[in-house]
Ligand binder design. Structure first.
Ligand code: SF4
Ligand code: SF4
Length: 183
């Protein structure tokens, strides 16, 4: 008798579970679809602005970037993804200033932690959401971020003019008189 009870109890549980499952399926049937049909919808695809695809330098309308080559992003990057090449530049006022030569970023080793972006004192870098970064060789993931032509460096301060040679010192007159007297 107890086995018949158990049998009907398990059948009841099975039917309850089936109804619950069908309930979830029914809900999903009427929920708006969010599946992206990529790449067919490439032209209309919306990627969130927060998506971190690759590091980029910010440029203004004149094509200038704000990086002052301080190296803070390079120091803060936990896995050596950023390599800066810099040079010292002479300014018109005679002072010297560090200038960015190459900003090299290795997308292949970036962990997208954002430490570089959040610690940059100039707000000069950001992450783009351009997600199509697939390449066939890893070396193509190493990118130069300051790729735009930059305005010419200001002319350095003119070199100081050379001093005219000092006139030869005159022989003391007393000596001259002595010489005349001796003659
Ligand atoms: S990107 Fe920012 S932190 Fe990095 S070198 Fe340039 S100014 Fe400094
Ligand atoms: S996001 Fe993180 S890992 Fe990537 S370059 Fe910046 S600091 Fe380095």
């Amino acid at each position: 008798m107890s086995s018949i009870k158990e049998y009907f109890s398990s059948v009841g549980k099975g039917i309850k579970s089936l109804v619950q499952g069908m309930e979830v399926t029914g809900k999903e049937l009427v929920t708006p679809k969010i599946t992206e049909c990529y790449p067919e919808n490439r032209d209309t695809l919306q990627i969130s602005d927060r998506f971190r695809a690759e590091l980029t330098l910010k440029y203004d309308a004149e094509g200038r970037h704000k990086c002052i080559a301080c190296g803070i992003c390079q120091m803060n990057c936990p896995n050596g993804t950023i390599k800066l090449e810099t040079k010292m530049m002479d300014l018109p006022d005679g002072k010297k200033k560090k200038k960015l030569v190459n900003y090299i970023y290795n997308l292949g080793s970036c962990t997208f932690c954002m430490l570089c972006v959040t610690t940059c004192p100039q707000n000069a870098i950001e992450f783009s959401n351009d997600f199509e970064q697939a390449v066939f060789t890893r070396d193509k993931l190493i990118k130069k971020l300051n790729y735009r032509p930059e305005p010419a460096d200001p002319a350095p301060a003119p070199a100081p003019a050379e001093k005219a040679p000092a006139p030869a010192a005159k022989a003391p007159e007393a000596n001259n008189n002595e010489t005349k007297e001796n003659k």
